[in-house]
Design a protein around this ligand. Sequence first.
Ligand code: HT7
Ligand code: ZN
Length: 869
Amino acid sequence: TTVTYLADYRAPEFLIEKTHLTFKLHEGYTDVNSQLTIVRNPHSTHADHLVLHGEQLELLSLAVDEHPLGAGDYQITPQNMTVHNVPEHFILQCKTRIYPEKNTALEGLYRSSGMYCTQCEAEGFRKITYYLDRPDVMSEFETVIIAEEGAFSTMLSNGNCLSDTVYAGKRIVHWHDPFKKPSYLFALVAGNLVCLEDHFSTQSGRQVLLQIYTEAKDSDKCHFAMRSLKKAMCWDEQTYGREYDLDRFMIVAVDDFNMGAMENKGLNIFNTSCVLAHPASTTDAAFQRVERVIGHEYFHNWSGNRITCRDWFQLSLKEGLTVYRDSEFSADTNSRAVKRIEDANVIRSVQFVEDAGPMAHPVRPDSYIEISNFYTVTIYEKGAEVVRMLANILGPEQYRRATDLYFSRFDGQAVTCDDFVQCMEAVSGKDLRQFCLWYSQAGTPQLHISDSYDAARQQYSLTVRQHTPATPGQTEKQALHIPLKIALYGSKGVLALVIDGQNKGTETVLDICQDQQTIIFEQVAENPVPSLLRGFSAPVKIFYAYQLAQLQQLILLDSDGFCRWDAMQSLMRIVLCNAIDGKDNHAEQIMLVDTLKQLLADHASMDVALLACMLDLPSEQYLASLYDKANPTAISQARTQLQQQLAIQLQPELLGCYQTLQDKIQGLSAPAMAARSLRNRALAYLLHINDARYRNLAQLQFAQANNMTDQFAALRALVHTEHAGSTAQEALQAFYQQWQHETLVVNMWFQVQVTRPWGNVLQAVHKLLNHAAFDARNPNKLRAVIAAFTNQNFASFHDRSGKAYQFLADQIADIDQRNPQMAARLLTPLTHWHQFIDEHAILMRKALESLSQCELSKDVYEVVSKSLM
Ligand code: HT7
Ligand code: ZN
């Protein structure tokens, strides 16, 4: 196996000015003719041989400037083709044959329910034709697609359609993309699709044709995506001054897709799960996902496509920035506090766990074996937090000027994370060298905070100590620049902040830059409660020994929604950890119940969406991360018990909430969604009580719901309680009966069963794998059954027998034969073995070891070998 290192980056020896591709689609195979206008890179060394990428290609012919090449003129290996003795400037003509119908890896050109589609990022284009398949080679593309006349209603590629003709029984469609782009943004689609059309007129008055293509059966599920797209286009004009640049923007929905969606220039390809939505069959959460992903891919048109990455080590340049952009888009359109809580939750329960494991890597990694393994929460979500910190350090005006500078300075180029930060420095005049460690240093910084109050001097001091634990290959860590946003609360509310004689208002950002530093607040009339890391101002762990009453004060009164939720999480965490550790918990439990009672009783005056989040207990995964060696059984038990206790003790308030919100749940407005989310959380709690009244409530909601959120929440509550017996079974059957023709809903039906927190779920999983609706080649099905079981069913995955660990290893060995990217992704839960007590760690390792005995793809090999190191 070869390792690729950032330090080995060299500019390309050759550039490709023009790329002219002709695809002849035949049943069973596709012939690709490419004509590349190649020049030697004036900025590079003077090689006289050209090395192109190419994998799994059948070479039919090759010519330089129309002269056919013979066997001695070139050399082919499984990864490359070397053409010897090429001139300064020439045209390379290459004919290859590929087999899309046999492509189960879903990378390159493949078929998904009959249609042809492509996925080229990161390195899939080399499975289509020989090319310089690297993001710093940007070329102008022309694409001709030829198929039997009448075979496909839709034949698409990037850019503008130049012509669409029929000749000698063949349909010939010619596309041209005027913007230079790297090969990873190339796309082609051919299929029998229908299209929803609309228009957007840009701020400068240009008309853009918007099209969303789907299979005919899904034509009624595109309206929400279309609205989201127009909203996103408008938002990017207003927030970043970015206007769309082509005359046409197309989205195609496909069933078989390894990720959520892909930002190909002018022709985004979407997993159906991230574009289709209809109130009857789509939950509120899924609606929000569609809006977010539509925004994300659209925003890539500037952050990724116009300005792209120099090499894949810079992946977060486009992904971190684009996630930050989509996250602000969602915050502006929905609840800002809730969005921040969701983001923080992902960082804490998933990214911190990645950072503590064998796959830990910096936002800009130094090396990889398989780049597909680096589309991670660290690159995406931590990368977004890094951009957010920069935006906050600069403030809104400077940040906007800095992004304007970035977009104009580097338009049409492939650049680095350093280039991005330099724009921030240029505009603000700030020295961001220490800040840049966020890009190169892996691991989660820990802030240990202590305080003291001097009543005589009226001074309050906070001492902050920072420490980042070692990660694989990085033992020495330097102090980071951490923006710590804080406020202080007194008995009558928020206090004015005075530091060094300067008035800081009621909220300030402390620049934590040293291993240890102390900040002194003056004119503080009483010992305050610190509100720390407001708005989740940095992706760090905070350690501060709050007293219970202090937490309660923050929960009830903090003006920062994130901090209210966070204080509640802390209180719940204390109760749960005490239970896990077998400690006395009386006072803590009383405090928790009392606080929740107050919130629920007063729900009319609260942000309902925020209150709903505040009812969620910390995830098992997050709780496990708090321990050196976690006992998964103890964690699951403590969590289930607390859910039951809270349900019993808060019964009247939960029921009250459920009933009073009854008349607020119609439609797709934000208040209606918030009401549904609170009501359904209340319902889920109530079903932890073994009482037929509550089961009837769920049954009634299931039967009467006119939207998927409520119908599914009721189903989930029934299936997830041990006491619902045949009622749950009947609901499951009815649900399948009703929705069996909606693939995405069937996936939810799979998911709800494998995440059941009781009984022998592994047995149920085996049964579902044999269900007629299951298809092991479809990534969404693998996610709905296998990933949902192993990632969202902590108790069953960590069953003491270790059977679920071995089950996952066996599944991965099988999936890896067809789809290495999916196989490697599914492996994640096993890589966390080091988090758990030996009894589990040994079994998890054993499963990994069994996998390491198999013939593995590069993708799975990298994860397995790093996990066993
Ligand atoms: N930029 C896109 C990445 C992507 C991808 C990567 C590896 C394998 C398959 C893939 N499909 C899409 C998605 C995005 O961040 O917008
Ligand atoms: Zn992206």
